[in-house]
Design a protein around this ligand. Sequence first.
Ligand code: XMP
Length: 505
Amino acid sequence: MSYVIVLDFGAQYNQLIARRVREAEVFCEVLPGDTPASEILAKHPDAIILSGGPASVFEPGAPTMDASLLTHGIPVLGICYGMQLMTRILHGDVRPSQEREYGRTAMTQVAHSPLWEGIPSSSQVWMSHGDIVGSAPPGFEVLASTPTTPIAAMADLRRNLWAVQYHPEVHHTPQGFQLLKNFLYHIAQIAPDWRPDDMVERGIQQIRDQVGDGRALVALSGGVDSAVAAALAHRALGSRLSAVLIDHGLMRAGEVEEVVAAFPDVDLRVERAQSEFLAALQGVTDPEAKRKIIGREFIRAFERARDQIGIVDSLIQGTVYPDVIESGGKHAQTIKSHHNVGGLPEDQEFTIVEPLRWLFKDEVRRLGAALGLPDSIVWRQPFPGPGLAVRIVGEVTPEAIAMVRQADAIVRQEVREAGLERQIWQAFAVLLDIRSVGVMGDGRTYGQPVVIRAVESQDGMTADWVRLPSELLDKMASRIVGEVPGVNRVVYDITSKPPGTIEWE
Ligand code: XMP
């Protein structure tokens, strides 16, 4: 099978490169930038991609690579920092740019190249860098320029080395995927042979390696990620897997029953813990505190379930890549503690197995389909681990849960009936802890507002609000105010991410 290595120099979204390579149906792995050449060569990669990164090659301790990798004739593509590193190693000139270039830029090709196949001679690219290549290393030819970056792409055909200053992996570079495919298919002569079924095989292997002869427990949350992780773990472990659905009382309407019905062959038990979660959340309004409490209660509930099941060594979780990055990795800043990553208490006793950790949501869906999960699960909209608790701004009370659950059911039902469910990443309701005056019948009301949130997204990392038809919004609003006691106003959230997040907490 074809195989590409991405060397990681710390770019926040470097997994995006790996994801695009997988999209091009080529198997790909991300390794630390300073992995020794002997280790890399032993894996016989068909190509190597050097990622971007936040550092400057001039900084003391800036990430570097084993320079000998550039001498074996293996096709290498340097991206941004990767290009500057390549330049420095091969005795070209890297210099601080007059002005930091950030955002969309028009790039013009200045030489023919297989890199440009199918790409117009002038195209838009996404730049984000402080340094530039002032002169290319000996043997290199300049392939493209932008107004502020004279060497925006370059290549040394003899040594099979290629580099671009811009980011082909992001959506803001419309021809970026084409460039990556050109590098993989035409330059590295790689055949696309990686399929979703291969993801199944690798996932199964990874779970078997980590769990060994032991038993595992999988945490079903109701969302697509944990469902796919559970289905994969069931394939890998069969009867050595038990599944637990913690009913924390913060699920969507009908969800517990639907999940139970979707896993008829799995040893699945529902751990009812509504009262424990409610008691722990009483009086708590701070979003991060809520997330930490829920993370802690989850583990406690699992421990109770495990005690009934017998000895369990591993806990399988459906953490996906955007959860990892948003919870703050080595380089990324923490935006929110996702309960299944950062919110875990230190004293938990399981080995955590996260077979989906490097996948994006659409890849998880593809994997789910390859595993034969029904559409109702595969196309289920994402749902946060902390459930409705993070959709209640303010204290989580039984009344607030009932209100937001009913409003959410209305929003989802109307979106489904309008045939928009698959086009929308998430559509849901949020309950706010404020009061406003309204009038109903002949009487004054003093009730709470519900926010409708509907967003489009590729992977949850960025999102745009959906321009829902006004008739649909109108129907949702009248139904919510008419059917949900205590709600007298509905507003529509028209914030994209960034600067907003998708959830309100
Ligand atoms: P935000 O609100 O961070 O959400 O823009 C991005 C995506 O992640 C989901 N989300 C979570 N998923 N555990 C999860 O498994 C969590 O704690 C969590 N918080 C947010 C959210 O629904 C959206 O799809």
